[in-house]
Design a protein around this ligand. Structure first.
Ligand code: FES
Ligand SMILES: [Fe+2]
Length: 324
């Protein structure tokens, strides 16, 4: 007897979260003394900025009776205070530093602290399922703050897809023709740096109103920078620092800067183009499943490269088996 498998939409699973740097907030949206709940990597977290300006991202549930520190928690100096019974936890190491009605602090009174860094206007967390120290540094973005470039424009989008599938989109020149109304599939090449980790996509966009060269640098599945060059001093940079909320939802954070020479021409239009482009992708993402072992054709070279590249960011053998 042959049992017919259930429809894939009912049985499909997505991978874990790949290790790497992910944004959890824009720096300017976290003031001193501010406490926020954050959902990332299918975890409840608390994000706050202490009186000295230090950012902390910690597991949200108080070890005492489980209150959520991100809801009504309060910054007291270099700690966060639980709203339920006033226990305080250090921003630096998550240890309980004070119980207002008891001198004896239990050894296990501690919340997990995630490694964060502020750079390029964002608060980043180093995510590794075992909470190990960062294995590489965040890239510099010298154009941010350079007077030859505009101030950043921001846009955020909640996307119903796994972070890997969103990242994969950037190595998928064929979909430009079908989803994003490009006349033809752009000539593209994918290369990987000797470090094995930094991936580049070069595409020649010939059939736009303004022909351009697109260079996307993907530092890890959570960090991609796209540089589009129309000519000398006619350049723009977009970077996307997504926050994986859970296995099926990702908050994309886009930042756009353009050379001042082309701001009037390109600044607002490009931002609108990004938003429209995400709108094109949206119905695909909202309805697709994650394919663990896709069937690729001979011309899907960039996608095959992407799947081989992405394995290194997973630590469980099951997730590493992508297109094995
Ligand atoms: S639940 Fe946090 S102090 Fe009691
Ligand atoms: Fe797309």
């Amino acid at each position: 007897m042959t049992i017919v498998e259930a429809c894939e939409s009912k049985t499909n699973t997505t991978p874990e979260f790949p290790m790497g740097w992910y944004s959890v907030e824009r720096s300017h949206q976290l003031a001193i003394g501010e406490v926020k709940p954050v959902k990332a990597f299918d975890r409840e977290l608390v994000l706050y900025r202490t009186r000295s300006g230090r950012v902390a991202l910690q597991d949200a549930f108080c070890p005492h009776l489980g209150a959520h520190l991100g809801h009504e928690g309060r910054v007291i100096g270099e700690t966060v205070r639980c709203p339920f019974h006033g226990w305080q936890f250090n921003a630096e190491d998550g240890k309980c530093s004070s119980i207002p009605y008891c001198d004896d602090i239990p050894e296990r009174a501690r919340v997990r602290t995630w490694h964060t860094e502020e750079k390029n206007g964002e608060v980043y967390v180093w995510f590794h399922p075992e909470n190990t120290p960062p294995q590489w540094q965040l890239p510099d973005l010298p154009e941010l703050g350079d007077p030859a470039w505009t101030a950043p424009r921001y846009t955020e989008h909640l996307v119903p897809a796994h972070v890997q599938d969103i990242c994969e989109n950037s190595c998928d020149p064929v979909h430009f023709a079908y989803v994003h109304s490009q006349m033809e599939i752009p000539d593209s090449e994918v290369t990987i740096d000797p470090d094995g980790r930094t991936m580049h996509l070069h595409s020649d966009m010939k059939n736009n109103d303004y022909p351009s060269h697109l260079h996307a640098t993907t530092y890890s599945p959570g960090f991609a920078l796209v540089r589009t060059t129309y000519g000398p001093n006619a350049e723009m940079i977009m970077y996307n620092s997504p926050q994986p909320i859970d296995r099926n939802q990702t908050l994309m954070r886009w930042t756009l800067i353009v050379r001042r020479e082309i701001e009037d021409l390109a600044g607002d239009d490009v931002m609108k183009g990004i938003i429209d482009g995400l709108g094109d992708d949206y119905p695909i993402w909202a309805n697709k499943v994650h394919k663990h072992r896709p069937v690729f054709c001979r011309e899907d070279k960039t996608l095959v490269t992407f799947r081989k590249w992405v394995r290194q960011f997973y630590i469980t053998s099951q997730d590493k088996q992508e297109i094995a």
